[in-house]
Design a binder for this molecule. Structure first.
Ligand SMILES: [Zn+2]
Ligand SMILES: [Zn+2]
Length: 321
């Protein structure tokens, strides 16, 4: 993505954005070196960085509405930065809502603390399902993700979309199916003209959670839907990395479409997974999009997501007949 930074986001995460932050960040020692920064964006919405996934904090007279909750080991720092923000803005400091953009722990780790502090945790119904049982991420070396306690799970879930009138804005929370995972939502602050994209957008090649129905086709559909519902001035908050504008999102869509078409053509020609990876279908794009890391895991996830969705599609077809 164009490395145009629209806000001065004073943060150094020291991680590759192509993987969930929690894979890289596990010790207290590492977390103590990270700077937490709160940056105003528009209309009472602020972005908090340095605590895992980017958190949007919408403050005002009705209380605090958060998109995502960061990593569990950094929740106290997130909480403190929000309290300070409310003091500075003379906003109502009551914690009222946390919307999880998806199930990964760098976005849901603070749920328990925020729920204990009075917030209602809201998510797509698949997020509740995934967090309620132990999960294994096979494509990350059979990484075990244990179930979280009841008090850390979303209390209110929905299937398609929900709208909320809050702090004199209108917030649309919209599910985008089979994209980064199977429980993604994007959060549109209508009057502030801002959209939190979750991990559908991260400034580099996206991480695709193929074990949980992530698929490049779903990411492209989500980006197209967001583009259709945004205007020239809309700003986009990514799950990780710097803010983006419409031009950035169009470039991102072009890259994704190119990769999808190339990998699809290779699959259609009968190439194996290994052959596709060795053919380096993203070679000319890596300088801009790989974040300095190997693109192989991304290509693997594109391939796996496509092959799996084709199998699932075939099963659905045979069921409907
Ligand atoms: Zn993330
Ligand atoms: Zn994620």
């Amino acid at each position: 993505m164009a490395k145009r930074v629209y806000l001065i986001v004073v943060v150094f995460l020291g991680i590759g954005f192509s993987l969930p932050a929690d894979l890289h960040l596990s010790t207290q020692e590492e977390s103590s070196q990270i700077e937490v920064a709160v940056t105003p964006v528009r209309g009472g919405v602020h972005i908090v960085t340095g605590i895992g996934g980017n958190v949007a904090a919408f403050v005002g007279e009705d209380g605090v509405f958060l998109v995502d909750a960061g990593l569990s080991q950094l929740t106290e720092r997130l909480l403190a930065s929000i309290q300070k923000l409310c003091g500075r803005e003379s906003a109502n400091p009551a914690l009222r809502y946390v919307v999880n953009t998806h199930w990964h722990s760098d976005h849901t780790g603070g749920n328990e603390t925020f729920a204990a502090a009075g917030a209602l945790v809201v998510a797509h119904e698949n997020v509740l399902r995934l967090l309620s049982q132990d999960q294994v991420m096979a494509h990350l070396g059979d990484r075990l993700v244990p179930a979280v306690p009841t008090r850390a799970r979303p209390r209110l879930t929905f299937n398609d979309r929900m709208n909320l009138s809050w702090n004199q804005d209108l917030i649309h929370v919209v599910h985008v199916p089979n994209a980064h995972s199977n429980g993604d939502v994007i959060v549109h602050f209508r009057d502030a003209d801002l959209i939190h994209m979750g991990d559908i957008l991260n400034g580099n090649y996206p991480f695709i959670d193929v074990d949980f129905e992530g698929h490049i086709g779903g990411i492209i559909r989500a980006v197209e839907e967001v583009l259709a519902h945004s205007i020239e001035s809309t700003l986009f908050i990514p799950g990780h990395g710097p803010m983006a504008n419409r031009e950035d999102l169009l470039r991102y869509k072009d890259m994704l479409t190119t990769v999808r078409d190339r990998v699809q053509a290779m699959i259609d020609r009968g190439m194996t997974r290994q052959e596709v990876i060795e053919a380096k279908p993203t070679a000319d794009l890596d300088a801009v999009w790989s974040g300095g890391e190997s693109a192989d895991p991304f290509v693997e996830s594109v391939y796996d997501g496509m092959v799996r969705s084709r199998r699932t599609g075939a099963r659905q077809d045979s069921r409907s007949r």
